[in-house]
Design a protein around this ligand. Structure first.
Ligand code: ATP
Ligand code: MG
Length: 410
């Protein structure tokens, strides 16, 4: 059906290039959902009839790079932005489901677990293999045409319902990460689960143990990177999923350090949404961990602990506990540790030049300001003394990129 959506012009141009080369091409997934909800999409996922090689031929080797081994897609640099362009795929035959990487052999293999997801198909087949009706809409921005292959996506967006495509229990068994994805929609948009999807989710929660650890870690990274992490965690807790995903945070849920941690994360998320702070995963990790460190060090909220080898050991152990069993984030954990160690060093204020130059200084200062907004204590006085800074020691370059792990299962 005809529908005008405010798609940015370079995205329309990208789709036109594929269509002019003779390939069907659409915007798919979360971007259409967000546009219909009147929100700005985080990024655009593109789906096309062109194979990865054909996509590369359209945009040239310098702009288009084929990535992924089992699931190949193309990263296309276009109009200053990086797009994930994937070829229409169909659901894999069921019997392919019996040797999933990341599966631990001591556990019985759930019957429908997907192994491979790489056979090309039509646009319609591609829509039906997606997770939820609200995520399966296709949009052709050149013709302004919205296509709802499942027939329920538009209504479900209107009624704010998360409905699994097909048989919900089977879909969660095929890929337990879909349960996380369902509850992210609940937390982020205040959607409800439809009854059958909800029953299946309750029946399948334990299967999260069968999901590939790398995918769960990637999900955690995306959750912390987004500005909705506090809402996602709340929905996970409400539905009992947090106990399987981040058991230590779940166990601590109703304690005051946990409430304080969620407030800090919420404060950080507001600043990210307003464009004041970058969406650093390590700052989000540090914000979540901080109240537990204060608690372990016997400090009141907002009161800086002493910097000492003991407090550094507490920082390490809290980070390790809270984010277990998601172990992906060595680099980010180290960076969160640096932000937390800097908290007390900034109070002592010795060797100002070295602290100002520290790579984690900007985030450490941001955390001081977040803490000041959430709790009284000596942290406010410390925060006032420190100027914004660049952390001029070597920093990783940031560039605009789609959230990793988008449309694919690893
Ligand atoms: P976001 O705004 O967070 O990017 P999204 O729905 O676009 O939300 P992505 O991870 O970018 O999430 O995935 C893009 C699309 O790929 C989804 O909208 C959905 O159609 C499909 N998809 C992603 N993961 C799965 C999955 N595990 N099973 C089936 N389809 C999936
Ligand atoms: Mg997306």
């Amino acid at each position: 059906m005809k529908h005008e959506l405010p798609v940015e012009s370079h995205v329309i141009d990208l789709i036109s290039e594929l269509q002019n080369a003779g390939f069907e091409a659409y915007i798919v997934g979360g971007a259409i959902r967000d546009l219909l909800l009147g929100r700005k999409p985080k990024d655009y996922d593109i789906s096309t009839a062109a194979t990865p090689e054909e996509v590369r031929a359209v945009f040239g080797r310098r702009s288009a790079r084929i990535i992924g081994k089992r699931f190949r897609l193309v990263h296309v640099q276009y109009g200053g932005e990086l797009f994930e362009v994937s070829t229409f795929r169909k659901a894999p035959p069921e019997e392919a489901s019996h040797a999933r990487p990341g599966f631990r052999p001591s556990e019985p293999l759930p019957e429908h677990l997907i192994l491979s997801d790489n056979s090309f198909g039509t646009a319609e087949e591609d829509a039906w293999r997606r997770d939820f009706t609200v995520n399966a809409l296709f949009y052709d921005p050149v013709k302004s045409e919205l296509i709802d292959h499942t027939g329920q996506g538009i209504d479900d967006i209107r009624n704010q319902v998360v409905r699994a495509i097909g048989e919900p229990k089977l879909r969660f068994e095929e890929d337990p990460v879909r349960m996380l994805r369902a509850l992210k929609l609940v937390g982020q948009y205040d959607f409800s689960l439809d009854a059958a999807t909800e029953n299946a989710l309750f029946a399948c929660l334990g299967l999260l143990r069968h999901a590939a650890p790398s995918r769960l870690s990637l999900e955690l990274e995306k959750i912390l990177e987004s500005s909705y992490g506090d809402k996602h965690l709340q929905a996970f807790h409400d539905y009992g999923l947090l106990a399987y995903f981040l058991p230590e945070i779940d166990r601590a849920w109703n304690t005051s350090p946990a409430e304080y941690a969620l407030n800090l994360l919420f404060e950080r998320n507001c600043r990210v949404s307003e464009g004041l702070y970058r969406n650093s995963v390590s700052l989000a990790m540090a914000a979540l961990a901080l109240p537990f460190i204060e608690f372990e060090c016997g400090r009141e909220p907002g009161t800086l602990w002493e910097s000492s080898p003991q407090s550094t050991a507490v920082i390490r152990s809290v980070l390790d506990h809270l984010f277990r069993p998601q172990t992906m984030m060595n680099r980010m954990t180290l960076s969160a540790e640096r932000i937390l160690v800097l908290q007390s060093l900034l109070r002592d204020g010795e060797d100002t030049k070295r602290l100002l130059d520290a790579r984690s200084y900007p985030h450490a200062r941001e955390l001081l300001l977040i803490r000041t907004a959430v709790a009284d204590g000596d942290v406010a006085a410390t925060a006032k003394r420190w100027p914004p800074g660049s952390g001029s020691r070597k920093r990783s370059r940031s560039r605009r990129r789609p959230a990793r792990g988008g449309d694919k299962k690893r």
